[in-house]
Design a protein around this ligand. Sequence first.
Ligand code: C2E
Ligand code: MG
Ligand code: MG
Length: 288
Amino acid sequence: LAKTAHERMVCFYDEKLHEKILFEKDMESHMVSSLEKNEFVIYLQPKYGLVDRKIAGAEALVRWNHPTRGFLGPNDFIPLFEKNHFILELDFFVFESVCRMLRRWMDEGRPVVPVAVNFSRVHLLTNDFVEQLIALVDKYQIPPHYLEIELTESAYISRFHNALQIAQRLRQHGFLMAMDDFGAGYSSLNSLKSLPLDILKLDKNFFQEKEPTPKETIIIENIVRLAKQLNLCVVSEGVELEWQAEFLCSVDCDLVQGYLFSRPIPVTTFEKILMEHAQPLLHCPPER
Ligand code: C2E
Ligand code: MG
Ligand code: MG
């Protein structure tokens, strides 16, 4: 608490807020050089087929190997990068790294599974998002259906008109379009009706630790059924327990992603297990 020159004016000093501001300033001053120094690292989390339990895809998730603050997860820096728009650069860095990796898998004759890349809603405000993605798959000669473009349900809804046009153009070009975190907030049936999608990712909060109530069971069962009738590949995130996998299998969900099967892992580790457990180009993409 500090008294100012004006007797009646009082300022509060919030240590946590102050620390957060310093932390953010520090991250901002390092982010560009960190990108150049390859301090941003891509981890892959496998997606498994529920029936055969083989790897049918992966999601690229970025981490920051920060020189002084340790190994940071995306929740530590993405909100800041969305504010200062550095996310535009970082997402393309991740996308290009994934293209390069897919090229290498193809050149080395390794099994290939589609890889999902997350894009921030900030891209929906730019004019050349689609062209930049196309330029990169052309540069590395990657079939676009090896790449899944993930946008969260809330991103699609916040900029619906732009998102619709972008999704249409990307899908026309052959990319797979995914809606991430479905059920985290809106669960909008209108968006399922209108958006050209290939993949629906059910948010991890659909599943608590306890078994679902009869109502919850009906809801999940029918969301999966509805999505599949719309010809979407359904992926359930955050599967941690065996009963959840069995339940999802019983309601005919296609793929699962979660700690029960694997945490996000370094690319080299992923490549090793992919050699043993791949089911290349399994359920995704669904027939168009
Ligand atoms: P997301 O796209 O929904 O990714 C799934 C998140 O759930 C990942 O967190 C993953 O590690 C976590 N997860 C997977 N299985 C389980 C599980 O069984 N239990 C629990 N509790 N969590 C599980 P992570 O890596 O911390 O990423 C958080 C979010 O950050 C991502 O959520 C995504 O929205 C964003 N993100 C990650 N990488 C990127 C990126 O390159 N660009 C952008 N724009 N966003 C990214
Ligand atoms: Mg995602
Ligand atoms: Mg998600």
